[in-house]
Design a protein around this ligand. Structure first.
Ligand SMILES: *Cc1c(COP(=O)(O)O)cnc(C)c1O
Length: 377
């Protein structure tokens, strides 16, 4: 089945007469049991829940995994789970422009002496491979948040495997419809399901997908102990969101591509980063490893480098919502450096645009009006 069909057909209840079409929200903390708890039994709801299982089945099918995904309370809880595989005293290699939460968490563990962190320019394949010497895990994000750099996934995943370095790919921006890291040799795929998978900015949830059952078993037992699990309703909302992932992405990506072209011709704009632009430094790689599109997040750097002027532009927008996050049906815009934790190498005036599913002309008129004012300054 094509992935566009899997998003609709996966994770449904057994097709028996009078069965519901959708999985129910199973609200229970425990399960009836008699005698010895056998392998695979549900037992207690910190270990598993039938509503999560439906979501975990669809996500595993989409990512091409041999075993179900694991649901987590948030993308960060999923990242915490995946990073627990770095041994004490080990070394983690992480992109300098990773999601800032990933970087902060890794640095805290480094500060506590748990493991060492090496940051790399993930678009620089030779430098990243060189940094893998003696490392235990390579963390990859591609495209990166918020600079939209593209990593050479096949080369990095192959290189890491040759050096026996475990690999995890944060596939939040790509989504399994565009990019399947397991097929390229990744050990783990991590998602903030909060973003494209759930897609409506109404739920916080995360997931890890594993390349093998033994890896899943390790993470499952860790998750069961740490307890970073989602509520059943969150899993149900995420699954409900997945049903429309293909059509939402199709619309958002078409609009993102159109806006990227128009933005880079606007006199107030110095630079647009979007892997779909033929002149983007990441375009060739993205074209080779992303299938069916380049995502729907853009980074825009205006000529004006004064943060206050850029904030004023944002405050005047009417169709775009000024908010952090991405991947929802509504278009969001944010000057990333308003967060003190955002790396200093991200330009002060960089705007991250998450393109939603509104009419593209409305999105453009709103942006253009704001940018025109910057030219007139
Ligand atoms: C938002 C995000 C996260 C964190 O996910 P939460 O669900 O907010 O905890 C991790 N990685 C990327 C790429 C993200 O965009």
């Amino acid at each position: 089945m094509h992935r566009d069909t899997v998003v609709v057909a996966g994770g449904r209840p057994e097709p028996t007469h009078d069965a519901p079409v959708n999985p129910p929200v199973v609200l229970t903390s425990t399960y009836r049991g008699v005698g010895t708890v056998a392998e695979g039994d549900r037992s207690y709801a910190r270990l598993t829940n039938p509503t999560w299982e439906a979501f975990e089945d669809v996500l595993a099918q989409l990512e091409g995994a041999p075993c179900p995904a694991l649901s987590y309370a948030s993308g960060m809880a999923a990242i915490t789970g995946a990073l627990s595989l770095v041994p004490v005293g080990g070394t983690l290699v992480v992109p300098r422009h990773s999601y800032q939460g990933t970087l902060q968490l890794a640095r805290r563990w480094q500060d506590r002496g748990i493991f060492t962190v090496r940051t790399v320019d993930i678009a620089d394949t030779a430098a990243t491979l060189a940094a893998l010497d003696g490392a235990d895990m390579l963390w990859i994000e591609s495209p990166t948040n918020p600079v939209l750099e593209v990593a050479d996934l096949p080369a990095l995943l192959r290189g890491a495997r040759e050096r026996a370095v475990l690999t995890a790919v944060d596939n939040t921006f790509g989504t399994p419809l565009l990019q399947q890291p397991l097929a390229l040799g990744a050990d783990l795929v991590v998602h903030s399901a909060t973003k494209y998978l759930a897609g409506h900015s109404d739920v916080i949830m995360g997931a890890v997908v594993c390349a093998s059952q033994p890896l899943r078993d390790r993470l499952h037992s860790q998750r069961s102990l740490e307890g970073g699990i989602p509520g059943p309703f969150e899993a149900w909302l995420a699954l409900r969101g997945v049903r429309t992932l293909a059509v939402r992405l199709e619309r958002s990506m078409a609009s993102a591509a159109e806006l990227a072209h128009r933005l880079q011709r606007h006199p107030a704009v110095a630079r647009v980063r979007y892997p779909g632009l033929p002149e983007d430094p990441g375009h060739e790689r993205a074209a080779a490893q992303m299938h069916g599109g380049f995502g729907a997040v853009l980074a825009v750097v205006p000529h004006v480098d004064d943060a206050a002027a850029v904030e004023e532009l944002v405050s005047r927008l009417r169709v775009w919502t000024p908010a952090t996050s991405l991947g929802g049906v509504e278009s969001l815009v944010e000057r990333r450096r308003r967060h003190h934790d955002e790396p200093g190498s991200v330009p002060e005036n960089l705007l991250r645009l998450s393109v939603g599913i509104e009419n593209v002309e409305d999105l453009w008129q709103d942006l253009r009006a704001g940018l025109d004012r910057l030219v007139d300054r």
